[in-house]
Design a protein around this ligand. Structure first.
Ligand SMILES: [Ca+2]
Length: 215
């Protein structure tokens, strides 16, 4: 019985060590940006409730090749939203801003954590959902004024402070409110990150897989 308990304790310690290598970080972000800006930069502070309450986040959309004149708004809608209509209750258009849907490179993300002392950066996708309230397959006035947003995050190995040498993946979910008829948007989301120490040889496989996602 004693031997069994020692083995069990040893297994538990190994399991805990394996779990401890992964650091879970999450925060609530508040901020604003405008797809009409060149480039569109969404940025703001952290809100209360998460593990980072003092700091900032910045997501810069890769708008290489987008028109900067009066055709920009229609170009964005036609290129990223119009073809992605899914009937439902209600029906939705989803704008996918990532390399699988026409961006030459991913959007960049930068996070400043003053609560724990550190910075991290990487790339992210952005998905913006627009509801077709009356299910008529036409974007009517008011339908693009509120909706949900989401994305996948890849944190690369160039962090500082408490994030020195760390890399990982994550996601975020939230909502947007547009200043209709203006185009500036307020964003409000929760971001969830799973980070590993990618600086040590034993974690090179983690960094290798993250790097593959990043590239
Ligand atoms: Ca409609």
């Amino acid at each position: 019985m004693r031997a069994f308990m020692i083995v069990t304790a040893a297994l538990l310690m190994v399991a805990q060590a394996a779990v401890a290598e992964e650091t879970f970080v999450w925060f609530y972000g508040l901020g604003a940006g405008d797809f009409m800006n060149n480039p569109p930069v969404f940025t703001g502070p952290m809100d209360g409730g998460g593990m980072i309450t003092d700091g900032s986040w910045t997501i810069t959309i890769n708008d290489t090749g987008w028109p900067t004149d009066g055709t920009r708004y229609d170009y964005i809608w036609n290129t990223f939203f119009a073809g992605n209509y899914v009937p439902g209750t209600p029906s939705v258009w989803t704008g996918y801003f990532d390399t699988a849907h026409g961006l030459p490179a991913m959007n960049t993300i930068a996070i400043v954590d003053n609560t724990n002392g550190g910075t991290m950066s990487g790339v992210c996708s952005v998905q913006i959902e627009v509801q077709d309230m009356d299910n008529d397959m036409v974007l009517d006035e008011g339908e693009f004024c509120t909706g949900s947003l989401a994305g996948i995050v890849v944190i690369i190995r160039n962090g500082t402070g408490c994030y020195d040498g760390m890399c990982g993946t994550g996601n975020y979910y939230g909502t947007y409110v547009k200043a209709c008829p203006g185009t500036a948007e307020d964003w409000n989301f929760g971001m969830y990150l799973w980070l590993d120490d990618c600086s040590t040889p034993t974690e090179n496989t983690s960094w290798g897989s993250i790097k593959a996602l990043f590239q």
